[in-house]
Each structure stands twice: as structure tokens, then as C-alpha cells.
Design a protein. Structure first.
Lengths: 114, 113
């Protein structure tokens, strides 16, 4: 089944404790992206990747890191989480190098930073 | 900078009413336009998209949208809504050159049976 898989789905952590949210897609998509969703703000793009070893900042990259060592994986790293990073995070992928086609979303990861 | 504005934050309709959700974007070049829907507790799904050609595009579940270039708008319409259309709707814009896909703030639609 074609899908984008995120883990963990739910996480409560404390300020400063490094965490990684994994994202994996099985559709051989070149484009992958991370978004955070906050009430009243819609989805805001954190980082995106148009190919292996190619990543770029979205609109809200501060406090996040990503890597794209393999085509299928695009982990989101919070080196020192803070409470303002409490949010619902979505990973998405799309065929092609840009999001010109349909974005396929993961189920979301709800993160709470205390 | 690119931005997307959805004017209605929350729309409440009765079943069978007609729907129009506004979306305006700010970007002067060629754009790709999308509407996504998020049902309660689920992730986003594509409703429809516009790349070029006929500015009136039809999507799934009876939705359609019209691209008006002169107004920088891409409004979503449905002639007759159903209770199952209750969801949040997001407009999104890609500038056709890079990897940024900008979403609007979202419009929550509540349909009363």
C-alpha cells in the first residue's frame, strides 16, 4: 500500500531533550516536505527536499533540522525542543522534484513540549 | 513574499446549501494552485488542482474551483453540500519554480443535517 509513515504519532517531551520524528515513504517520490499545523495558522512549511542530499528551508525552519540521505526517508530533528514547537507535524511526499503534483501526507505526529 | 489568504475562518451551512470558499494569493508569476481537505482527525487529501488550461477545474466529490488570474483568486465551490463535507479546507500555492508550497490558514466548514 502506498503510504507515508510517521513515527511517533504522539510524543510528550521536555524542553531541551533532543528528538527525531521519522518519515518514510514507499512510493519512490523525489519530493518530501515537513509541515507544522497550528490552529488559525494553517500549515506552515518547515523544510523540504527535492532529491537525495538536497534540502531547503521553508517558512519556519528555526529550531529544526532535516536530512535526506536516502530517497525514502526524511527525518525531522529537534535538537533542543521548546514549548513553542508544540504542534501537529505532517510529513508529505510528491512525485517529481517540486510539489506540482499531489502531496501525499502522513497521519501526523502530535508533539507536546513541556 | 508569497502568501495565501483564506477569508472565511468558519463557515456554517445547512445541507443542500451552496458553498463558496475564497482564496487569494500574492505572487505575480506562474503558479500551481491546490485545494486540500482535512476531515476530522485525518490528514490532508487533495480535492483538486490547477496547473494550466481551463481555469474552471473539477475535483472529487462534486467540488470545483475557478482560477481568476486578474484577481489572484482560486475560489472553491460546491452547488449542494452534504453533512459529510464537514471538514477543514486549505488552499495552497506553488510558484512553479521551487519546492515551496504555501498553505492558507484554512476554512472550517460545518454542515448541519
Amino acid at each position: 500500500e502506498a503510504q507515508v509513515t510517521q513515527n511517533p504519532r504522539y510524543l510528550i517531551t521536555v524542553t531541551g531533550k533532543k528528538l527525531t520524528v521519522t518519515c518514510s515513504q514507499n512510493m519512490n517520490h523525489e519530493y518530501m516536505s515537513w509541515y507544522r499545523q497550528d490552529p488559525g495558522l494553517g500549515l506552515r512549511q518547515i523544510y523540504y527536499s527535492m532529491n537525495v542530499e538536497v534540502t531547503d528551508k521553508g517558512d519556519v525552519p528555526e529550531g529544526y533540522k532535516v536530512s535526506r540521505k536516502e530517497k525514502r526517508n526524511f527525518p525531522l530533528i529537534l535538537e533542543s525542543p521548546s514549548p513553542n514547537q508544540t504542534s501537529l507535524y505532517f510529513c508529505a511526499s510528491s512525485p517529481g522534484k517540486a510539489p506540482g503534483g499531489e502531496l501525499f501526507f502522513g497521519e501526523g505526529s502530535r508533539l507536546t513540549v513541556l | 513574499a508569497q502568501s495565501v489568504s483564506q477569508h472565511n475562518h468558519h463557515v456554517i451551512l445547512s445541507e443542500a446549501a451552496s458553498l463558496e470558499l475564497g482564496c487569494n494569493y500574492s505572487y505575480g508569476g506562474t503558479v500551481n494552485l491546490f485545494w486540500y481537505v482535512q476531515y476530522p482527525g485525518q490528514h490532508l487529501q487533495l480535492l483538486l488542482k490547477y496547473f494550466s488550461g481551463d481555469p474552471l477545474v473539477k475535483g472529487i466529490k462534486g467540488f470545483e474551483a475557478e482560477f481568476i488570474k486578474s484577481k489572484f483568486s482560486f475560489n472553491l465551490r460546491k452547488p449542494s453540500v452534504q453533512w459529510s463535507d464537514t471538514a477543514e479546507y486549505f488552499c495552497a500555492v506553488n510558484n512553479n519554480q521551487g519546492g515551496k508550497l504555501i498553505f492558507g490558514q484554512g476554512t472550517e466548514l460545518s454542515v448541519k443535517p
